[in-house]
Design a protein around this ligand. Sequence first.
Ligand code: BDR
Ligand code: CA
Length: 317
Amino acid sequence: MTKIILFADTGIDDTIALTYALKNPEIDLIGVVSGYGNVDREKTFRNVEYLLELAGRTDIPVIAGATRPLSGEEPVFFPEVHGIEGLGPIDPPIPEERYANRTNFSKLFQLIKENRNEVIIVNVGRCTSLAIAHYLSPEVMEDVKATYVMGGAFLEPGNASEVAEANFFGDPIAADYVCQNLVNLTIVPLNVTKNAILTPGIVNLIDTRADSPLEKIIKPILDFYYEYYQQRDPSITGTPQHDLAALMAALDINGLYGYKKREVRVRHKGDIAYGESIADFRPESSNCFGPNCARIALEIDQDIFVSNVLEILTNNR
Ligand code: BDR
Ligand code: CA
């Protein structure tokens, strides 16, 4: 079993990744770090607690992550993509008594120390909480087996600006820190996640087999998400599952991705290229092997993606 700590800003596609993590028998989800991003930190935290309640997994600790980017600026949220509360049409109740159980970074460090060299971190939101964890305690973070980050767009249009992907755009200082300082790092950028598509037909199929409260929210939230993407680009055939794509990279599914290893920098000067992810893909460049060389997923096999998602999201676990 792969022990995973998910850093998320839940969020519709974060919800699908969380659901997949809970349903995949190969994954032992041992904690969730919940920070600002798609909506504010209070909402993402509440959303994770709500989803874990639906799944009957309130035993999984939820750790309070960052509330704003390292620049200190106010975060920008995306209600038009993820809904006012972050879960599309769903308005989750506030389970007040559970806030007393909110944990902090000491819990994160405890989980890593208790599972030395076994934990995989999958970061599917802004990089702020992950950068802070490493900045606070690099010696503990060295005991993490590997880190996977959904973020960036390499030589591709962005989704938050002309050149920047939303997670890196939301906190480019943190994203640059993570790319420069974390070892065993894999980046899963927009280049592949934009093609990790679930069509309405596949979503309907998942829905016909949904038999738990958590599985029953998949269709309503993805219908909401699809409507947003359709308005933006009527030619799109379904919804891109950015965060699930990053989580699946952590499972090393045979043939799912093709990678290149490069040093990655993220631009954080306040100009038009703010948040852009940069790596050297000139023809003469080759894979690098230094400690700050990240593996970047650049090719995806869409058939393998869809068949694996169907298998996991329609199982009866
Ligand atoms: C990423 O940004 C967030 O809005 C999504 O949840 C995903 O993590 C896609 O660019
Ligand atoms: Ca996310």
